[in-house]
Design a protein around this ligand. Structure first.
Ligand SMILES: Nc1ncnc2c1ncn2[C@@H]1O[C@H](COP(=O)(O)OP(=O)(O)O)[C@@H](O)[C@H]1O
Ligand SMILES: [Mg+2]
Length: 252
């Protein structure tokens, strides 16, 4: 099941440059939350602070508190521990190109020392089902490589790979921006189904997409979270003038 995410007074830095300023947000469990805002406003930085990827960048650091369910992300939790509970999907599908479809999905489990063949088979099957890819790949799980799939299939493979370790949270950073409209539609449908089991945070530059898939939306501008509310409110009756200007296309 998904868990909630609580972020308090989050500041993020690249060296001396501050990229996020005092971000506070409570993300609801088992819902999809969209993050929108113009390029460079800190959406990716924010999402990378949730799974401790931000600190892997040299000179980058984080201040503030992040809780994923009962887990304090910056209170002694190891990055490995955390990534088992928080899956991530990137803008550009990044399957392991030389590995088979099966091995791509099983990779995270094997990394965690999981070896039982029958259970691995079951989880691979289930994950590919959940990512709506099973029917398209079931006949060549071991024959075809991750790189042999289409872009849209590769992205669903990456989603299956993220789901295989049974996370509680799925972070998606512009997961459709490299995909054609049909693949995008499939991923959006998928997000709809996945939020029954997972908490989803999705960065998107496509406001229609945010409106379609997310119950809640946060608007970022220049490293600050300007407004966070129900998606409908953000798009139809925002409280802040800057949000209104952005969602009505007056800037950005
Ligand atoms: N690796 C990095 N090193 C230094 N600055 C970065 C790095 N990544 C992002 N930034 C800066 O942080 C700010 C926020 O970027 P980012 O989080 O990528 O925005 P968004 O995802 O909303 O486009 C920008 O000013 C960007 O130039
Ligand atoms: Mg980004």
């Amino acid at each position: 099941m998904g868990v909630g995410i609580n972020v308090e007074h989050l500041n993020a830095f690249y060296g001396k440059t501050q990229a996020l300023f005092d971000v506070n947000i409570a993300v609801a469990a088992n819902h999809a939350t969209a993050l929108i805002g113009p390029s460079g406003c800190g959406k990716s930085t924010f999402i990378r602070c949730l799974n401790r990827m931000h600190e892997t960048i040299p000179e980058a650091r984080v201040e503030g508190a992040v809780r994923i369910g009962d887990l304090g992300v910056y209170n002694g939790t190891s990055a490995t521990q955390l990534r088992r509970r928080v899956g991530m999907v990137f803008q550009k599908p990044n399957p392991f190109p030389t590995m088979s479809i099966y091995d791509n999905v099983a990779a995270g489990l094997k990394l965690n020392g999981f070896r039982k063949r029958k259970q691995l088979d079951e989880i691979v099957h289930k994950s590919l089902h959940s990512s709506a890819l099973w029917d398209e790949v079931k006949d060549h799980l071991h024959k075809k490589s991750g790189a042999s799939l289409s872009g849209g299939q590769q992205q669903r493979l990456c989603i299956a790979r993220a789901l295989a370790v049974q996370p509680e949270v799925l972070l998606m950073d512009e997961p459709c921006s490299a995909l054609d409209p049909i693949s995008t539609g499939k991923i959006e449908e998928l997000i709809f189904q996945l939020k029954e089991q997972y908490t989803i945070v999705i960065v998107t530059h496509n406001m229609q997409q945010a409106a379609r898939v997310a119950e809640f939306t946060g608007f970022f501008l220049l490293g600050k979270m300007i407004e966070f509310d129900k998606t409908e409110k953000i798009f139809t009756n925002p409280s802040d003038k800057r949000t209104e200007d952005y969602v009505t296309g007056r800037f950005g």
